[in-house]
Design a protein around this ligand. Structure first.
Ligand code: HSE
Length: 398
């Protein structure tokens, strides 16, 4: 079966490598006529590259070639990826993508287009890189009502926080190390400000709760404001600060969905996830808590998930995988201000004032404490009334 790749960057070249390296294995075990790479679409040229002869720069070559049944999109970004993917689906080709921005912003539409054309649109690699998580949720956990999904969804920020926690590094210093090691981009905004994790929690929440969640409805805060003082205070309390993406189903049918630094108690499975590793915790009403752990980024781990999706498409030509969800609805995501948890507060205000305004708190040090459960709006108001806070970080219960 013939396959095309659109976008020959880190992931696209990994997909080409895995298809070649594992050709015989895939032919023997999964797709009897094998998976043959026919085209690589990219605007650049790759002189001397082993797949140089497959590189084309006209998208229509792929679109008009009836032999190509499966197209891989590893270009990134929404434009022109959205247009190309829509056209391929309309032309009766299944599409596999690793592009989280595309799925988070256009997933509902693309799944509907796939359905109309009786083809598949799969995106396992868009969350957790090489970690199997979307297919296990949609298939192995299908018997469960999912109550909550949360995780460490970004390797770069987890690496930075690990350096801060384990080596006492300052944020800027840890970021520089992440850039030197090639984890963080030159412009680290998407990782550091939580945008990448936001796209991933949108995809997870859409799948777990069967309704699309768009990034602009998800409160998103990155790790730039975390100080060495916060890290030390939280360590003293018995926890770690992680960048968490979280979504929870409420009894009234709405969901919470946010990305923010959050405190995880030592002993939780998520607390020990360090360096560039990712982990996703899913809370089902029959299975309880399950955690998926592994490499959330990187050329071959991500390609591993993409090629598994290609195999799945090849095994389901002219057959639909049961994957899809409803479109978003107004008021579905609870405003972050209304979400409830305990909070860590670090302040310069005097203790008497804190005690008067906050009531019962658990002191970590003279100027840092953990509150009782309250909404985010309440903790902000109380912090203001007691003279202002240097940091407010939510405390999770997983
Ligand atoms: N830059 C991301 C990370 C990988 O650091 O986890 C791709 O989503």
């Amino acid at each position: 079966m013939k396959v095309a790749i659109m976008g020959y960057g880190v992931v696209g070249s990994g997909v080409a490598a895995v298809l070649k390296q594992n050709f015989a294995h895939i032919k023997k075990n999964s797709v009897s006529d094998g998976l043959e790479l026919k085209y690589i679409l990219d605007l650049r040229t790759f002189p001397g590259d082993e797949f140089e002869s497959l590189v084309i720069n006209d998208f229509n070559t792929i679109l008009e070639d009836e032999e190509v049944k499966i197209v891989v999109e590893t270009m990134g970004g929404v434009n022109p990826a959205y247009k190309f993917v829509s056209s391929c689906l309309e032309a009766g080709k299944s599409v596999v993508t690793s592009n989280k921005e595309l799925v988070a912003t256009k997933g509902f539409e693309l799944l509907e287009t796939a359905k109309r054309n009786n083809v598949n649109f799969l995106f396992e690699a868009s969350v957790g890189g090489g970690i199997p998580v979307l297919r296990p949720i949609s298939q192995c956990l299908a018997s469960n009502e999912i109550k909550e999904v949360a995780g460490i969804l970004n390797g770069t920020t987890n690496f930075i926080l690990t350096k801060m926690i384990e080596e006492g590094a300052a944020f800027e210093e840890a970021l520089k190390t992440a850039q030197q090691l090639g984890y963080a981009e030159k412009d680290p905004t998407a990782d550091v400000e939580g945008l990448d994790a936001c796209r991933k929690i949108c995809i997870l929440a859409s799948l777990c709760f069967n309704k699309h969640v768009y990034p602009d409805s998800v409160y998103t805060k990155g790790i730039r404001g975390i100080t060495e003082e916060d890290v030390e205070n939280v360590k003293k309390w018995g926890g770690v600060i992680k960048l968490i993406g979280s979504s929870k189903k409420l009894d009234d049918g709405r969901i919470t969905a946010w990305v923010s630094p959050a405190i995880i108690k030592n002993g939780s499975q998520l607390a020990s996830v360090s360096d560039v590793f990712n982990a996703v915790l899913v809370r089902g009403n029959a299975v309880g808590d399950v955690v998926f752990y592994g490499r959330g980024a990187g050329k071959l781990p991500t390609a591993s998930a993409v090629v598994a999706d290609i195999i799945d498409c090849a095994q389901h030509i002219k057959e639909r995988k049961a994957l899809g969800w409803e479109d978003a609805s107004e008021g579905y995501v609870v405003p972050f201000e209304e979400t409830v948890s305990r909070f860590y507060v670090c302040t310069d205000s005097d203790k008497a004032k804190v005690d008067t305004v906050f009531g019962v708190v658990e002191y970590i040090s003279a100027n840092a404490f953990i509150t009782e459960e309250m909404t985010y709006a309440q903790v902000c108001k109380k912090a203001e009334l007691s003279g202002g806070a240097k940091s407010i970080i939510r405390v999770t219960d997983y």
